[in-house]
Design a protein around this ligand. Structure first.
Ligand code: PLP
Length: 448
């Protein structure tokens, strides 16, 4: 029996990333409040938020300092834009702080409001820059199958997931996808992680040569694939990718929308995996998700090309109303302050062994083919046969079933097909990590 709220939801909302047909029968999970790593639904049931919302509520729920910061900024100046050379203190201070902590030399920061629009900006900057540099043919962008970069027309073209393309008439021409880097699923029998990484780098190089290096502008990758199933890269992967990109003068865009701000045990995943990024996309944990804000950090070569273009053609014709929103920037400044003061990255490193021990212990379960992770992000891959790694038939929806059973057990997590992810708030304690995984283990037992 659906609640009154559920009926009203079905009558009014089109939900993102939802099976709109089955939703009409099942209705929504309605959340009402949150505290620490816990959220409570409209029936008063409490859950561990094992996904930090959508990989984003790093400081958990009800953080009073962030609430107070937002309130103060709202009272002082709830909005001003940064178009046409206008500016404000929080936008400037946040950019300074981002430059200070950036994992690679960064010259400037461009703000947006979502991870998707940050990656859309990345695409437009790459195109604009190459026009500025007098090489208009160098425009193609390579991303990876199973990579996730958002849902705008350009960022969905970067995304390498079928649901984002089928019947949306995407990807656009000029967006190419190379293999995802998932050793468990795609390595050949007996192939080491290093050898597998070399094979993937060679495949990328072949694609570049086939297309013509003077037509390929950029490569984009997440340090750890999120929506593709919480997949950590194989050993040596980014080192070998760096070399290929450098050889053909191809820009490296790191999509740190999930991994930015401590998730992998370093401030940035770029550092964890030694990515020679030229530009970086940030969102989500930049404000602990207390406000929609994103940022593109760019190196000086990219920035100078944009300035040169303004000298030639005038206004840099890109940006949205809420770019550098003062409330978002103020919250982000406070979030960065808390990360530093409370040693959040050190905390992630401290609890990582517990997270990985509990996660990898799930691999003993008959349904789990692989369990992998880094820092406080990880996933399991459910299989119908552990020896052959044979997946379940997609229509069985085994991953989704396990997530529903987890909900019964008081845990929110997320299935991407039969890959189930864990990405709790970064403030989670060791005891809460143990509890999170024991709840999922009970859910798996029910799924059997
Ligand atoms: N990039 C990555 C790596 C993401 O995980 C996401 C969202 O999950 C995005 C981009 C898109 O961000 P948004 O949903 O804020 O548009």
């Amino acid at each position: 029996m659906l609640s009154n709220l559920a009926v009203r939801d079905i009558e009014t909302l089109v939900h993102p990333y939802t099976n709109l047909a089955t939703h009409r029968e099942t209705g929504p999970l309605v959340l009402e409040s949150g505290k620490g790593v816990f959220v409570t639904d409209s029936n008063g049931k409490e859950y561990i938020e094992g996904m930090a919302g959508l990989w984003c509520t790093s400081l958990g729920y009800s953080n009073q300092e962030l609430v107070d910061t937002a309130t103060e900024q709202m009272k002082k100046l709830p909005f001003t834009h940064i178009f046409g050379g206008r500016s404000h203190d929080p936008a400037i201070e946040l950019a300074e702080k981002l430059k200070e902590i950036a994992p690679v030399p960064i010259s400037k920061v461009f703000y947006g409001a979502s991870g998707s629009d940050a990656n859309d900006t990345q695409v437009k900057i790459v195109w604009y820059m190459n026009n500025a540099l007098g090489r208009p043919q160098k425009k193609k962008i390579i991303s990876r199958l199973k990579g996730y970069h958002g849902v705008t027309v350009a960022s969905a073209s970067l995304t390498g997931l079928p649901n984002n393309h089928i019947d949306f008439d995407l990807p656009l021409p000029g967006f190419l996808h190379t293999s995802s880097a998932h050793h468990y699923r795609f390595a050949e029998a007996g192939e080491s992680e290093q050898d597998y990484s070399s094979r993937l780098a060679a495949e990328l190089e072949e694609m570049i040569l086939r297309e013509g290096p003077d037509t390929v502008a950029a490569f984009i990758a997440e340090p750890v694939m999120g929506a593709g199933g919480a997949i950590t890269p194989p050993e040596g992967y980014f080192e070998k990718i760096n070399a290929v990109l450098a050889k053909y003068d191809i820009l490296f865009i790191a999509d740190e929308v999930i991994t930015g701000f401590g998730r992998t045990g370093n401030m940035f995943g770029t550092t964890t995996y030694g990515m020679n990024a030229d530009t970086i996309s940030l969102a989500k944990q930049i404000t602990s998700a207390y406000f929609p804000l994103s940022a593109v950090m760019m190196n000086d070569t990219v920035y100078q090309a944009l300035v040169d273009q303004s000298r030639k053609i005038g206004t840099f014709g890109h940006g949205n109303t809420y770019a550098g929103h003062p409330v978002g920037c103020a919250i982000a400044i406070k979030t960065l302050e808390i990360y530093k003061r409370d040693k959040i990255v050190e905390h992630v490193r401290k609890v990582e062994p517990t997270f990985l021990r509990c996660l990898t212990a799930l691999a003993d379960h008959p349904l789990v083919g692989e369990a992998r992770g880094v820092g406080l992000i990880g996933g399991v891959e459910l299989v119908s046969n552990k020896a052959s790694k044979a997946p379940f038939e997609a229509k069985k929806g085994v991953g989704a079933k396990s997530v529903l059973f987890a909900q019964e057990e008081g845990l929110i997590t997320r299935a991407m097909g039969d890959r189930v992810a864990f990405c709790p708030p970064l403030i989670i304690t060791e005891a809460e990590i143990e509890e999170m995984f024991s709840r999922y283990k009970r859910a798996l037992d029910k799924t059997l």
